[in-house]
Design a protein around this ligand. Sequence first.
Ligand code: F6P
Length: 346
Amino acid sequence: MNKRIGILTGGGDCPGLNAVIRAVVWRATQYQDKVIGIKNGWAGLLNCETMPLDRKSVGGILYRGGTILGTSRTNIFKDSSTANLAMKNIKKMGLDVVIAVGGEDTLGAAYKLSQKNFPVVGVPKTIDNDLAGTDFTFGFDTAVSIATEAVDRIHTTAESHNRVLVVEVMGRHAGWIATYSGLAGGADIILVPEYPFTVEEVCNAVRRRHDAGKFFSIVVIAEGAQMVTKKGKEVVLSSKAKDEFGHVRLGGIGAVLAEKIEDETGYETRVTVLGHIQRGGTPTAHDRVLATRYGVEAMDCVKDGDFGKMVALNGTKIARVSLKSIAKKIKTIDRDFYELTKVFQY
Ligand code: F6P
């Protein structure tokens, strides 16, 4: 009764974050608990930047993309001084619980906080859908819808010009967006981080289509796809700078591949990089509902005193898994599912 609950959104933004915030606030109000918005992810704990949240302030945000709290890739466990400051500020703010909405990094920090015996609940968020412990993260469905529409549009222009069109989508460690949007959009070749590719096999697939009288091809490639060369497996980076969780910035594999396809086959090739378009804008109905269910369940964890948990989707049911069980794990595309994409290659 009358708990003070801090909620933060961390990592890359994602459609549906506001739906989670709204659901947490509504459920907390039912339980007569108070919700405090921590601004800009974990950074808000270091700077004591907060905003009060109530039913009024979360009005009209259900369908809005992004996050009204702001987000960052700040890591409170970067070193002992930031960790101590965060713990000190949690006390200063009088927080009883923190609900952390985020991906592997944000929830990794949440797990470390729970190891310090502070009550934490995690909510899984990422357009990449690569979080372990849950069948789906919210944001993924929206990203897939956007990428599928892009592939559909690419299709007509590729066909008109007899071109190879390479579409680069997000997906750092896993090819969920590439596989779903590629299958939904009828892509001819789908390349994902889990299964490295060679330029030769891609070119051969394109040539087979050409020989069969299909003079255009669509290749959907995840940004983290690995190209096998004489030097080994290569990923393409857009920047070597690392964020506070040690991640480099990926991007550019589509352009590298497009150039090689054109050089090897002689077929005119272009690249389209979807980038942050996949993360922006209004969430789909599916993501709004999933995010709402997660937000309500997160507050129910608080009510039950069930901490150190992440809310999850197990089939069609909402579940709870321990933050420990998902720490440092990634959910990847299994081989059988990936092989399905090859059924549609000549
Ligand atoms: O983690 C989600 C994600 O969209 C990845 O697919 C991508 O590599 C990364 O975020 C991009 O992050 P940023 O917004 O920092 O460029």
